[in-house]
Design a protein around this ligand. Structure first.
Ligand code: NAI
Length: 346
């Protein structure tokens, strides 16, 4: 814990306000030991500024770890626009946000996250350079690549538990957005049985039609007696209070920060639940957008080769955690620390 605390300090946090154009945004740079801050922009109507700040600080910190474990030369950064993406995300707001990004002079590179689409990235890119995940000269939507990495990661977790095929495996998917939906497609194609939930009931109906998925009430998805629980909505869904109710023996999904507290991974371990650390299994999207910034530009084949290593990294983490009787997220954090500390000493 002491070691983790040392990583709690962020290097820089900016608050951008433009009341006329409706912008209320936070950009957080956690750590740049390995390179400039890279991470998406989330648009979410947090009820308080404090809740938004907590979210963006946790997310940007997670990006530091994600980049480090994936072997990338980027640091942790993330942005949050406090707004409802369906009703408040006007061109004027995005214009104001583009000006905020331009003023940061390349310290932060952004891309997609919840509530922020490829079209939004394209809009920003016309106004400011440090935007990834764009269609013009970029790599486009990172979500399918994230979903592919998560899919490979789920298979690695099952394999670690002695299950060789997805046929008949039951997966409970929370959140049928860009990543969750594609993940369901892939799981369904290989014979998995799906239970699904989303705050948007039509998504559940669509999943029932497309994949024969069983719709489940929001609060019940955790309790489903599935083989795998795949959190693909927002973070903070597993806590000391509800971990005892968890039905699955594997937690492996796309959501960043699915645990309310890092330490709660120990409760999962004690319950015999194998946890695939979020920033390891969901690194596909980051690998994809970062590839745009490589010399020579985006190379899809090279990127997919990196994504194909996600299951290997997870398997190593699972084995190390088991041998040392430690939670998997402690082992993953250690791998990140080693790289970051080595870079700091250079
Ligand atoms: P999205 O916004 O497309 O989808 C999120 C879905 O979750 C929506 O359908 C929404 O209705 C649903 N949802 C929200 N709250 C819910 C709740 N309490 N219960 C059930 N469903 C709920 O977002 P996207 O891009 O699919 O991302 C999903 C998660 O994966 C997020 O946590 C994101 O940070 C993470 N992630 C996404 C990456 C990407 O490439 N898109 C990369 C790495 C992580």
């Amino acid at each position: 814990a002491a070691k983790l605390d040392a990583f709690d300090n962020h290097e820089r946090v900016w608050h951008g306000r433009d009341e006329e154009r409706g912008l209320n945004a936070i950009v957080a740079i956690h750590n740049t030991a390995l390179g400039p801050g890279l991470g998406g922009t989330r648009v979410w109507p947090h009820e308080t500024f404090e809740a938004a700040l907590t979210d963006v600080l946790r997310l940007s910190r997670g990006m530091t770890f994600k980049s480090a474990v994936a072997g990338m030369d980027f640091g942790g950064g993330k942005a949050l626009i406090i707004a409802n993406s369906k009703t408040d995300k006007t061109p004027a707001l995005l214009e104001a946000y583009a000006e905020m990004l331009a003023a940061l002079n390349g310290q932060y590179f952004t891309g997609e996250d919840v509530g922020f689409t490829v079209a939004d990235a394209d809009f920003l890119r016309e106004r400011t350079p440090n935007v990834t995940g764009t269609t013009v000269g970029g790599s486009g939507n990172p979500s399918p690549v994230t979903a592919h990495g998560v899919f490979l990661g789920i298979k690695a977790a099952l394999k670690h538990r002695g299950v060789a095929t997805l046929d008949g495996v039951h997966v409970a998917v929370q959140g049928l957005g860009s990543v969750g939906w594609t993940l369901c497609e892939k799981l369904h194609a290989e014979g998995a049985r799906l239970s699904v939930t989303d705050i948007d009931a039509t998504r559940m109906e669509q999943a029932k039609d497309a994949f024969g998925a069983t719709p489940v009430a929001l609060d019940d998805i955790l309790k489903v007696n599935a083989d795998v629980f795949a959190p693909c909505a927002l973070g903070g869904v597993l806590s000391a209070e509800n971990i005892p109710l968890l039905g699955a023996k594997i937690v492996a999904g796309a959501a960043n920060n699915p645990l309310v507290r890092h330490e709660d991974a120990r409760l999962l371990m004690e319950r015999g639940v194998l946890y695939a650390p979020d920033y390891v299994i969901n690194a596909g999207g980051l690998l994809n957008v970062a590839a745009e910034l490589a010399p020579g530009g985006y190379d899809r084949e090279a990127t997919m080769a990196k994504v194909a290593k996600i299951p290997e990294t997870l398997t190593d983490i699972f084995a190390r955690a088991e041998a040392q009787k430690r939670p998997t997220n402690d082992v993953a954090a250690e791998i990140a620390f080693e790289r970051i500390n080595a870079a700091r000493q250079r």
